[in-house]
Design a protein around this ligand. Structure first.
Ligand code: PLP
Length: 438
C-alpha cells in the first residue's frame, strides 16, 4: 500500500497549534521554562522525598502531556493496525501514523515525507544504512571516515561492516577542547572514502559540529554523508536540506517523544536503490513462494507492525517543539550552559569539565569530574538529594580513552531545565566535596 496523506485533523496537527506566545510558554521571544514545566507530569514526581531535579535528558527526555495524550488517544480511540484495515478506526490509525511522518518531515525540513523511515531509535536507523546501503556499496579496501567522538551506535555497525567486507575505518581526532580536527579531516578525504559518518552534536562533549561544511567537503571528495542527529534534534534547529547530507538518523525518546520511536531520513534516490533491511509483511508488494517484490519507500523499510503509538507520539513531540521554536530552544540551552559554566567556575574551580566552552558550539550537555571522586559516587550523592545525572562512559568509550578518564558524570538539559536546577547541581557538588573532601 502507498502512503496516504490524511485530510482530517490529526493528533499531530491538534497537539500544539503554533501561536506566537504558545499559551504563555514563550515570553518576550524566549522560552518560559516555568510555564513549560507544567506540561511535564514527571516534574511533579519526588525522588528520595525531594522534588526530582532531572539533569539526564541526554540519556532520555521527559514527555509533555500532549505526547502522552497522543499515544493514549491511539490506544483508547483508534487502536487498529496501519495500512491494513478498511474500516473507520483502521483508516484513522493510518491517517494519524502518516500525519506523524509529515510532522517529522516538517521538523527536519525534509523535502518529502516519503523519505522519512520510522525506526525504533537512532541505533536502528544507522544499522539500517550499514546493512542495506553498506553491504551493497562497501567493498575490500573501501574507507569509511568516522570521528573519535562517536556514540557506539555510530561506530560498532561500521566496525561489523568493514570486518565483513575487508574495508577500513579512519577517524577524525578531536582537539583538546573537544572540536573535530578539520585539518586532519581534509587529509583523510584524500583517501577517497565511500562514506563519512559523524555526529551532529556530541552526547558527551556537547560539541555542535559544523555539519554543513563537513558534508560539502565530503561530497567534494566523492563520499556520501551520514549524520547522527540523536543529540541535535532535541536542542537545535535541524534542516536536512541546508545540511545537504545523504542520511540523517535520530531517536524520538531524546526529543520528548516515546521510547521505541525514531527515524531515518535519506534522499529518495538512495532509499529507492537500497535493498530492504528487515523482511516480512508490509514491506512487500507481491510475494510468491520463491521470490517477492517490494513496496515503495518508506514502507519498503518498515517490515512488520510498527510501534504505531510511539510514532504518533513522535509526531506530537515534533509539533510541540516546532511550536516552541527550535531557535528559542537553542537559545534557552545556550543561556543554561553559560550560567552553568559561570556557576561552576565561581563555586567549584576544582571541578574539571570537558568539551568546548564557547556556547556557540556547545549544546546543553556538561560532563565533569571531581578530582579524587569516582563519577559513580558523585551521581550517588547527587541522587540522595533528588538529582538525576548520568555517570559512566555514556556509550563513548573511545572518547573517554582520548580524554584519559574512565568515566565522567554528566548533567544535561532540555526545554524544562531551569537555572534553579543548575543551582541544585552546584549545591549537590558542594555536598559531594563535603563528604569526600576537596
Ligand atoms: N547517537 C548519539 C549521539 C546518542 O547520544 C545516542 C544515545 O545516547 C545514540 C546515537 C543512540 O540512541 P538510541 O539508544 O536511542 O538508539
Amino acid at each position: 500500500m502507498t502512503v496516504t496523506t490524511p485530510r482530517t485533523e490529526t493528533a499531530a496537527e491538534t497537539s500544539a497549534a503554533p501561536s506566537v506566545e504558545f499559551d504563555g510558554r514563550i515570553r518576550n521571544g524566549r522560552l518560559d521554562p516555568g510555564v513549560i514545566r507544567r506540561d511535564f507530569p514527571m516534574l511533579t514526581v519526588e525522588s528520595h522525598g525531594r522534588p526530582l531535579v532531572y539533569l539526564d535528558s541526554a540519556a532520555t527526555s521527559l514527555r509533555p502531556q500532549v505526547v502522552l495524550d497522543a499515544m493514549d488517544g491511539y490506544y483508547r480511540e483508534y487502536s487498529a493496525n496501519v495500512h491494513r484495515g478498511i474500516y473507520e478506526i483502521g483508516e484513522r490509525a493510518t491517517a494519524e501514523y502518516e500525519a506523524a511522518r509529515e510532522a517529522v518531515a516538517r521538523f527536519i525540513n525534509a523535502p518529502d515525507a516519503h523519505e522519512v523511515v520510522f525506526t525504533r531509535n537512532a541505533t536502528e536507523a544507522i544499522n539500517l544504512v550499514a546493512y542495506s546501503w553498506g553491504r551493497r556499496n562497501i567493498g575490500r579496501g573501501d574507507a569509511i571516515v568516522l570521528t573519535e567522538m562517536e556514540h557506539h551506535a555510530n561506530l560498532v555497525p561500521w566496525q561489523l561492516l568493514v570486518q565483513e567486507k575487508d574495508g577500513d575505518l579512519e577517524f577524525i581526532p578531536i582537539t583538546d577542547d573537544g572540536l573535530l580536527r578539520q585539518d586532519v579531516f581534509e587529509v583523510l578525504l584524500r583517501l577517497k572514502p565511500k562514506l563519512v559518518a559523524f555526529t551532529h552534536v556530541s552526547n558527551t562533549l556537547g560539541t555542535i559540529n559544523p555539519v554543513a561544511e563537513m558534508t560539502a567537503a565530503a561530497h567534494a571528495a566523492g563520499a556520501l554523508v551520514l549524520v547522527d542527529g540523536a543529540q541535535a534534534v532535541p536542542h537545535i534547529p535541524v534542516d536536512v536540506q541546508a545540511i545537504g547530507c545523504d542520511f540523517y538518523a535520530f531517536s524520538g525518546h531524546k526529543m520528548l517523544a516515546p521510547a521505541g520511536s525514531g527515524a531515518l531520513w535519506a534522499r529518495r534516490e538512495l532509499l529507492e536503490a537500497m535493498p530492504p533491511f528487515l523482511a516480512g509483511g508490509e514491506m512487500i508488494r507481491e510475494v510468491h513462494l520463491r521470490r517477492s517484490t517490494f513496496n515503495e519507500i518508506p514502507t519498503k523499510f518498515e517490515a512488520g507492525t510498527p510501534d504505531i503509538g510511539a510514532a504518533i507520539g513522535l509526531g506530537a513531540a515534533a509539533e510541540y517543539l516546532r511550536a516552541l521554536g527550535m531557535d528559542r530552544v537553542h537559545e534557552h540551552e545556550r543561556e543554561l550552559v553559560s550560567y552553568a559554566f559561570a556557576a561552576l567556575d565561581r563555586e567549584h574551580g576544582s571541578v574539571v569539565t570537558y568539551g568546548p566552552r564557547d556556547p556557540e558550539v556547545r549544546s546543553g550537555v556538561i560532563p565533569f569530574t571531581i578530582p579524587g571522586v569516582h563519577p559513580h559516587d558523585v551521581a550517588q550523592v547527587l541522587d540522595a538529594s533528588g538529582l538525576a545525572v548520568r555517570a559512566g562512559h555514556h556509550c563513548t568509550m573511545p572518547l573517554h580513552e582520548r580524554l584519559d578518564v574512565p568515566a565522567t558524570a554528566r548533567a544535561s538539559f532540555n526545554v524544562y531545565t531551569t537555572t534553579a536546577d543548575i543551582d541544585a547541581l552546584i549545591a549537590g557538588i558542594g555536598e559531594v566535596k563535603r563528604i569526600f573532601g576537596e
